[in-house]
Write a protein of this length. Structure first.
Length: 227
């Protein structure tokens, strides 16, 4: 069954090119050329992935991302201007899974879409494991519980936690996390890892500024505490 991608882009020429290439690669598409329409389609049509431009009339992409992420874990790829570096970081902090900078190649865009869909749809083999201090990771359902209460993690946050917790105490570099969790080249911008770790800490730590689960090893990376 073909996957449906919602394209939220106000520049009609760009939207047409994106949609043409998506459909040529076997995807079905929905299109919105302004913020309110994009938000409505995102919440009501249940797309499999959202391509979301930042600059939109009516409601900007950041606000759409925030509202969608409050209700859904659907993969979101932000389309940002190359010179606006802050757009990338803000989008990731609001819950976007990835970003593609304009101008971008169609091959890169399709590769990013497939990688994000693969991470969202493929569940690991059935496995349940206890970790430290009441944290339980259930691989089959991609769920995490703390003291018996479910935590609302994104797919990316779950993957990071699961990867780190698989070998407690082992320091994992940002480059390794990018390769193993994101699964594709990020062109040297590793701050996406730091943003994702910060968001994950906000959800699993009692005091994110003084983490007890995910610890930073300065200059080397991150590790999941043994005890």
């Amino acid at each position: 069954m073909a996957k449906t991608i919602l394209v939220v882009e106000d520049e009609k020429d760009i939207a047409n090119i994106i949609i043409f290439n998506l459909e040529r690669n076997g995807f079905e598409t929905l299109e919105a050329n302004d913020g309110p329409t994009g938000l409505k389609l995102a919440l009501e049509s249940a797309p499999d992935l959202i391509l979301l431009d930042v600059m939109l009339p009516g409601i900007d992409g950041f606000e759409i991302c925030r509202q969608v992420r409050a209700q859904s874990q659907v993969p979101i790829i932000m389309l940002t201007a190359r010179e606006e570096e802050t757009d990338k970081i803000l989008g990731l902090e609001l819950g976007a899974d990835d970003y593609v900078t304009k101008p971008f190649s169609n091959r890169e865009l399709i590769a990013r879409i497939k990688a994000n869909m693969r991470r969202f749809s493929e569940l690991p083999a059935v496995q349940e494991k206890e970790t430290v201090r009441g944290i339980k990771i259930v691989e089959e359902s991609a769920a995490v519980y703390k003291d018996g209460k479910p935590l609302d993690l994104s797919v990316r946050e779950f993957d990071i936690l699961s990867y780190l917790a698989a070998e407690p105490g082992r320091v994992v570099s940002r480059e390794e996390l990018m390769e193993k969790v994101w699964g594709f080249e990020y062109y040297g911008d590793l701050r996406a890892v730091d943003v994702a770790i910060r968001r994950l800490r906000e959800k699993i730590e009692d005091e994110p500024a003084q983490p007890r689960y995910i610890i930073t090893k300065r200059g080397l990376g991150y590790y999941f505490a043994r005890n």
